[in-house]
Design a protein around this ligand. Sequence first.
Ligand code: ATP
Ligand code: MG
Length: 478
Amino acid sequence: MKRTLYLKFLIAYLLFGIFGFIMVATFVSNMTVEHVRRNTAESLYAEATQIANTYAADLYNSETSLDAVMQQLTALSKYMNGAKIWIVNPSGRLVLDSSRTIEQSEEIKIDGFDPTITAGSYYTIGNFFNSFSEDNLSVFAPITASYKVQAYVVIHVPMSQIRHKADEFLNISYLMLVVLFLLSLIILIFFTELVYIPLRRITQATEQYAIGNMDYEFSVESEDEMGYLAASLSYMAGEIARQEDDQKKFVANVSHDFRSPLTSIRGYLSAMLDGTIPPEMHDKYLGIVLNETDRLTKLTNGLLTLNNLNARGMLLEKTEFDINQVIRNTAASFEMTCRQKTIAIELVLTDDKMLVFADMSKIQQVLYNLLDNAIKFSHHDSVIKIETTEKKNKVFVSVKDSGIGIPKEDQKMVWERFYKSDTSRGKDKKGTGLGLAIVKEIIRAHGENINVISTVGVGTEFIFSIPKSASMDSDEEV
Ligand code: ATP
Ligand code: MG
């Protein structure tokens, strides 16, 4: 499996680092240099004004000597990390330089000296009218005496010194960046632990499920979306495995139920052919063979019905019909069977007519299957009661017999395909065990319910609901 997600996340992480570095190297760097320059210029200007107002003013007021001022400025210059302090008069002549002594005879003139070079500000950056080989930050402060600008105090600091200072600040920013980068490793660790590892487990599991290994077990123990996804996935696998199991059981049941009638048919037929059964007995055994083929037909039909019902979104042809009439008709169709067993069917129907809204032929099938069971599992000379009751917008239909009953532990199982309780096996050899499965599917497709109440030796009652027709409701309201 490719580790692309991890790779992508790593790339994103590296990009974060690279962009962070670029930001610091450009924006932050420029901002720092700018900040240090302005700060230095401000403090130098304060210094220059101070000098202009004290020592230099004294000089022009002839209160002190040039030498004395020179000494003080040299000391000051040392204190200011070797910044050069000049006094320049308006014509450009250098009067004093803190870094060297100017002889009386010497006349140093700064060509093109122009105090307005600062252009509104109090400092300028450059080689100060070609006085230096490298760039300097030069701050101006005028010396006024007798209401006239006598000269200027100029303080120079090499730009390299300012940059060096800025670099020191910048290093702190780089250090912070590295710390941040390392701290963000925590995110990477979280991502690995919380997303990447669980995701890998989940993908591995899906691969296993895809190749049919439904028993593959895995666990993601986190109570978040990942944990939920993993739990849903393993639940899904469990469901598929269960369905596969059901399918196998179903096929096994079908084959078993087909095989036994086929075996007996074959047995009787070959016995007739080889004379084991004498010709005069043929009629009796052909009757049995016919019964077995009936059973096979019933089985096939039942399976086909169930198969159709099971298809998702089973199409119901819902119409409005009188359930009482359907009950009467179904009961009538069992008249012959009832007469043989002297069983009476008692109908307790609410109202003459009870309109419901459902698939008529399927509801008829439900009634048929329930009544068939009731008669099959009833004793001779007993009564079967079919009752309808109305509650809210539903009609409840009950089919109640006083037959053998269904043991409590079997009551849940009777709805399963091919299920036949042990007690009933002796009584009914023809049953396929599909009748109630079909009933259940039909009622479920209608969005309704069916229940069973039964006591062994006393009897059984099946009750199901169907929706009353809307027109019945409005009839009542009128
Ligand atoms: P088929 O309906 O295909 O003839 P069947 O009647 O055996 O076969 P179901 O109708 O699904 O199958 O019923 C399943 C089982 O439930 C029956 O075999 C029987 O054991 C039990 N059962 C159903 N109805 C009754 C009842 N009224 N009284 C007692 N047992 C019942
Ligand atoms: Mg049945």
